[in-house]
Design a protein around this ligand. Sequence first.
Ligand code: B16
Ligand code: MG
Length: 215
Amino acid sequence: KYKLFIFDMDGVITETSEQHYQAWKKLAKEINIEIDRKFNEKLKGVSRMESLERILKNAHRENDFTDEEKLEFATRKNDNYREMILKCTEDDLFEGVKDLFIELKKRDIKIAIGSASKNAPTLVDLLGIKDYIDYIVNPAEVKRGKPAPDIFLNAAEKLGVDISECVGIEDAEAGIEAIKSAGMFAVGIGDSTVLNQADIVYKHTKDIDLEELMN
Ligand code: B16
Ligand code: MG
């Protein structure tokens, strides 16, 4: 029935939102802006530059900086973030992910990563899952980020799989919206009341039931 599973990364196969938060918090502090964990929820699944825009806007500082300065802020944040994630190992992979990948491969189903993160290839390496992944979407290559469908459509196109044979797995509302507007089957990970646009929701990635999905 399905020939390609496209996984979001942050919140689906691992959790790097804390590192994103710490790196943004550090950068924000350097330009006299405070952010908290509640606000960080608004940055999940959002691209690096858009995250920075949201942080500045929230502090009413969006007109205080040149594009060049903003680029420097984003680079500084990313340097901090990369330093933090370099400590990631296979142990940081969510429970059940590896077994799920093995099961998908057994069924000859392709696996792609559809993350908004430009650091996805680094994390895939560190998490030790490179051998299972057929394709990692390069978010720099697609026009629009989530909730636009581009990231998911790009994976299907590159692997030559029909949209009707694709499943997208996401933990963020914007991600589910992206999968649905791509016309794919959407699996939500998290709270079913929040991810109410998804076709099916599991609390955790380890709860994904392939028998249920494939029948
Ligand atoms: P980078 P996902 C997203 O990952 C994160 O949730 C979001 O917080 C981050 O800003 C974005 O990636 C871009 O990341 O700065 O590494 O390019 O959930 O789409 O896997
Ligand atoms: Mg996510």
